[in-house]
Design a protein around this ligand. Structure first.
Ligand SMILES: Cc1cc2nc3c(=O)[nH]c(=O)nc-3n(C[C@H](O)[C@H](O)[C@H](O)COP(=O)(O)OP(=O)(O)OC[C@H]3O[C@@H](n4cnc5c(N)ncnc54)[C@H](O)[C@@H]3O)c2cc1C
Length: 327
C-alpha cells in the first residue's frame, strides 16, 4: 500500500512539545494521526539538558528525556511517525497534499507545529554551549544565574526584556549591542537604560565565546567603531537577537505577520479551514515548552471538531483516523 492510497484524518508537522502534545490528544480522540518529525526530532528542547520549568518534574528534566516521554505517550495511543522534512504543501484541493521529498501524503486536517529557530551569532560553539552558559531564553534559564555575571547580546525588545528580567537574579548584567542606540520600543528601552543594574557596551560585537570544560567563562568583544578588542568575564551569555519562524513553506498560502509567524484566530485556526497552527510557529510572545504544548492540545481539539463537522463523503471509508477511497 502506498501513501497515495491513504488519506489521514490528521497530519501533524513537527515533533516539538506542540506537535507531540497534538499527537497525544489526536491519537486519544480519533486514533492514528501521522506526525512528521522534521530535521530536529523532539524540537528545540532536545538542545538543552536542563528543563526546570515544565510542570510535573520537581527535580527538572533533561530536554531529550522529556521529549522521549512525550513521544512514547503519543505512541501508546496509536500516533504514527515519519522521519523526514516536508518540502512542499498544497492547500488548493482537499484533501490537503504534502510531500516529504518525493513521497506524497494526504490529509483532511493539518496541524502545523514547525517552531521558530533562535537566531545565533554564528560563532561556532554557541549550540554546543547550550545549558553550559549559553542561553536563548532568560525566562527558562535566568534562575540558574543567581549572583552571577551575565551578558545579553542584542538591542531589540526581547534583549531589553531579558536584560531587565535577569537583574532579578544576576549580580551584573551587561548588554552588548552593535549600534550606539537601542532598536527596542521606547518604553522597553527606557526601562533598561534607567535600570542601574544594567551596563551597556555600545557599538560592539561578540567575536568569541570563551569557555572551559565546565562552561562559559567570558566573551571577546570588538568595538565596531575603533576596532579595539577586549575580553569580558561572565558566567552566562543570553543571545537575544531574534527568532525565525519556520514558515517559508507556507509563504503565500497562509496569512502570516510581518515577521513570518502564522496568524491564528479563535485559538489555533489559520485562514484555511482545517489547517491549524500551534506552538512557537504562531507565538512570538511566550515561546515556552508549556505554552507550545498548550496550543498543541488546542489544535488537536479544534482539528477533531473540524473533522466532526465535515459533511459525510460517500467516496471515503474511514477507520481509526485513516481513510481510503472506496473502490
Ligand atoms: C536551548 C534552548 C533551551 C530552551 N529551554 C527551555 C526551557 O527550559 N523551558 C521552556 O519552557 N522552553 C525552553 N526553550 C523554548 C522551547 O524549546 C520552545 O518554546 C518549544 O520547543 C517550542 O515548541 P514547538 O513544538 O512549538 O516547536 P519546536 O520545539 O521548535 O519544534 C519544531 C519542530 O518542527 C519540525 N519542523 C520544522 N520544519 C519542518 C518541516 N518542514 N517539516 C516537518 N517538520 C518540521 C522540527 O524538526 C521540530 O521537530 C528552549 C529553547 C532552546 C533553543
Amino acid at each position: 500500500m502506498s501513501n497515495s492510497d491513504v488519506i489521514y484524518e490528521t497530519i501533524i508537522l513537527g515533533s516539538g512539545p506542540a506537535g507531540l502534545t497534538a499527537a497525544i490528544y489526536a491519537a486519544r480522540s480519533r486514533c492514528c494521526p501521522l506526525l512528521i518529525h522534521g530535521i530536529q526530532p523532539g524540537g528545540q528542547l532536545t538542545a538543552t539538558t536542563a528543563v526546570d520549568n515544565y510542570p510535573g518534574f520537581p527535580e527538572g528534566i533533561d530536554g531529550p528525556e522529556l521529549m522521549d516521554k512525550m513521544r512514547l505517550q503519543a505512541e501508546r495511543f496509536g500516533a504514527q511517525f515519519v522521519e523526514g522534512v516536508v518540502t512542499k504543501v498544497d492547500f488548493q484541493e482537499r484533501p490537503f497534499r504534502l510531500w516529504v521529498d518525493e513521497e506524497l501524503y494526504r490529509c483532511l486536517s493539518l496541524i502545523i507545529t514547525t517552531g521558530a529557530s533562535p537566531m545565533l551569532l554564528g560563532l561556532g560553539n554557541e549550540e554546543s554551549l547550550y545549558g553550559r552558559g549559553v542561553s536563548v531564553c532568560a525566562t527558562c534559564d535566568g534562575f540558574f544565574y543567581r549572583d552571577r555575571e551575565v551578558v545579553v547580546v542584542g538591542g531589540g525588545d526581547t534583549a531589553m526584556e531579558e536584560a531587565v528580567f535577569l537583574t532579578r537574579f544576576a549580580k551584573k548584567v551587561t548588554v552588548v549591542h552593535r549600534r550606539d542606540s537601542l532598536r527596542a520600543t521606547p518604553i522597553l528601552a527606557d526601562r533598561a537604560l534607567t535600570n542601574k543594574a544594567i551596563n551597556f557596551k555600545w557599538d560592539s560585537a561578540v567575536t568569541e565565546i570563551i569557555a572551559d570544560t565546565s562552561g562559559v567563562t567570558g566573551i571577546r568583544i570588538k568595538n565596531l567603531k575603533t576596532g579595539q578588542e577586549s575580553e569580558l568575564t561572565c558566567d552566562g551569555v543570553f543571545i537575544a537577537i531574534g527568532h525565525k519562524p519556520n514558515t517559508a513553506l507556507f509563504a503565500d498560502l497562509l496569512d502570516r505577520d510581518d515577521d513570518g509567524y502564522i496568524l491564528t484566530q479563535n485559538g489555533t485556526e489559520t485562514n484555511i479551514p482545517g489547517v491549524f497552527a500551534a506552538g512557537d510557529v504562531q507565538d512570538h510572545q511566550f515561546r515556552q515548552a508549556i505554552t507550545a504544548a498548550g496550543t498543541g492540545c488546542m489544535a488537536a481539539i479544534q482539528a477533531e471538531r473540524f473533522l466532526d463537522d465535515l459533511p459525510y463523503d460517500p467516496s471515503l471509508s474511514c477507520q481509526k483516523g485513516i481513510c481510503r477511497l472506496k473502490s
